[in-house]
Structure formats: C-alpha cells, structure tokens
Design a protein around this ligand. Structure first.
Ligand SMILES: NC(=O)c1ccc[n+]([C@@H]2O[C@H](COP(=O)([O-])OP(=O)(O)OC[C@H]3O[C@@H](n4cnc5c(N)ncnc54)[C@H](OP(=O)(O)O)[C@@H]3O)[C@@H](O)[C@H]2O)c1
Length: 191
C-alpha cells in the first residue's frame, strides 16, 4: 500500500477512527438525515475532523450535500459512474482507506476519520483503533444504527458531558474508546 516514508522519520501509519453521534438505542439516522438537531455536536465534529481525510458512504455524502471544507472527502459507492464534486470516489472500502491513508500521510494527520453512515461503520469498526462517539440522550426511531460496542474489544478512555445549548435537542456526552490491544475482530464486522 502506501510506501515507506523514509528512514528515521518516525512517520507511523494513520489509525482508523470512527466518529458518530449515537442515540441510547443505537440509532444514528432516519430517512437519510440526522434524527435530531445538535449544533454543539456539529461544532465538535468540525473540530475533530478538520485537516483529516474522511471516508463516507454515498448516502451520507448525499445527506451532507457535498465535500466538507478543509478536509479530504472520500465517498464509497458501487456506482462506477458516481461523481462527487470536490471529493474522491472509491469503489470499495480497501480503496477508500488506501486513498485516505495517502491523504493523511501527505497532510501529516494521525487519524483517518470514518464518518458514516450505518453501513460504513458496520464494515469498518473491525479495522478501527479509536471511536469518537457523541452519546445522545434520546431514543428516536430510525433506519441507520451504529454497531454494538463490545466491551471485550473496546475500552472507554474519556468521557466529557457536553454543555447543552439553545440549539441542541438533547443532552449529550463526548466519549472516546480505544481498542484493547491485540484484539482485531468484531462480532459486528462481516470481514
Ligand atoms: N449520527 C451520525 O453520526 C451519522 C453519521 C453519518 C451518517 N448518519 C446517518 O446515517 C444514514 C446513512 O447511513 P446508511 O447506512 O443508510 O448509508 P451510508 O453508510 O452512508 O451509505 C451506504 C452506501 O455506501 C455504499 N457502500 C456501502 N458499502 C460499500 C462497499 N463495501 N463498497 C462500495 N460501496 C459501499 C453504497 O453506495 P451505492 O448505493 O451508491 O453503491 C451504499 O448504498 C443517514 O440517515 C445519515 O444522516 C448519521
């Protein structure tokens, strides 16, 4: 895949991290949109992803409506004719992660950010080393979910209660998980 960055440079491969806002019942989306308004979380998302490479499914790309400024956007789709202005298009996740790795190395970024949606999280959690989750204190109905976080594989390393503002529909907390060392298979990952 990506070539050596040179002797003694100490450049290590970027890790794969998932970032998601997840309701108490695991729901992340409904009918192609977010099932809540959480302005504070959008700010957190922007700050956490800025300067990094983002991998997203075609449906999430369309729900966002375009590439996000200051970040490299990589859209995964099986549609070979799909065109995404300001973004790269990948035909599978291996290709998407390779493009993201190259962009991350070029930018000196230490994390590849997988930004959803449900299909893409389910297929990448088995390759991830870190989860940046916003726990949303709601249980809405929806059709997209985050995979179950198995404590056998994941260790919570930080938790900060968010400060709910006037443009936030619910209370929320920013929670980070790290993969327990040496454990690389998830029940929820197909491959
Ligand atoms: N709460 C959050 O943090 C958050 C974050 C992101 C998204 N969301 C929500 O999640 C929902 C979207 O999630 P979703 O699961 O429906 O869709 P998605 O994961 O965004 O995109 C699914 C699409 O990705 C492509 N795809 C999936 N696996 C692939 C593979 N292995 N190789 C190539 N292409 C692949 C396919 O595109 P083609 O059909 O074009 O082939 C598939 O239809 C929306 O409601 C959105 O608002 C929530």
């Amino acid at each position: 895949m990506a070539g050596d960055q040179g002797a003694g440079g100490g450049v290590s491969a970027p890790i794969v991290a998932l970032i998601a806002a997840v309701a108490r019942n695991g729901v992340i989306g409904a009918e192609g949109a977010l099932p809540w308004r959480l302005s504070s979380d959008l700010k957190h998302f922007k700050a956490t992803t800025m300067g990094k490479a983002l991998v997203m499914g075609r449906k999430t790309y369309q729900s966002i409506g375009g590439a996000l400024p200051g970040r490299t956007t990589i859209v995964v789709t099986r549609d070979r004719a799909f065109e995404a202005e300001g973004a790269s298009v990948a035909g599978d996740l291996d290709e998407a992660l390779a493009l993201a790795e190259a962009a991350s190395r070029a930018a000196g970024a230490d994390e590849i950010m997988v930004v959803g949606g449900g299909e893409i999280y389910a297929q990448t959690i088995g390759r991830a080393s870190r989860l940046h989750l916003t726990e949303v204190d709601l249980a809405p109905s929806g059709d997209a979910r985050f995979p179950t976080i198995d404590p056998m594989f994941w260790r919570e390393v930080s938790r900060h209660k968010g400060e709910r503002g006037s443009r936030d529909d619910a209370d929320f907390a920013f929670v980070e998980y790290e993969r327990r060392q040496g454990l690389t298979r998830e029940r929820s990952s197909p491959g």
